[in-house]
Design a protein around this ligand. Structure first.
Ligand code: FES
Length: 145
């Protein structure tokens, strides 16, 4: 009788373990490399480009793909250089400010984009995806992607 219950217990534990394994911490950079890069750099993690930012001594990780038109916040040319201001990352294309901690839009959605009569600003206001980030004692910056 007891042995018949064991498989059910095992199955319940397996499901719980599957949920926990979902988090995936990956090393993005080091704190010293981030500071040497001027406090922001892009890392390729889990098949996506993640913008790592140090602001007021805190490290943040957000998607490098703007939620408006999918353009890079931080690209390879001067045209795509994100600005960090008031705890926000500001998209260089249309000046939307996203809070670094939450990804929420702060202020006007796409202030530099024309409000077209038929299509408006081409999409609804959307937050920027953000990721959990941690810094090890050795200075490794890890992101949960
Ligand atoms: S592409 Fe970023 S605000 Fe338009």
């Amino acid at each position: 009788m007891l042995t018949a219950q064991r498989p059910a217990l095992f199955a319940a534990r397996s499901r719980a373990a599957t949920v926990k394994v979902h988090a995936s911490w990956q090393k993005a950079t080091t704190k010293s490399a981030l500071q040497a890069a001027g406090g922001k750099l892009v890392a390729e993690l889990g098949g996506q480009r993640v913008l790592i930012v140090e602001d007021a001594g805190e490290v943040f990780a957000v998607s490098n793909k703007c939620s408006h038109l999918g353009l890079p916040l931080q690209g390879k040319t001067a045209l795509f250089t994100a600005t960090i201001k008031d705890s926000c990352v500001v998209c260089p294309a249309h000046n939307t400010a996203f809070e670094l901690a939450s990804g929420e839009v702060k202020g006007e959605w796409c202030p530099k984009f024309p409000n077209l009569p038929v299509v408006g600003k081409l999409s609804e206001k959307k937050p920027l995806p953000v990721f959990k980030v941690r810094v090890s004692e050795g200075g490794d910056v890890e992101v949960d992607v």
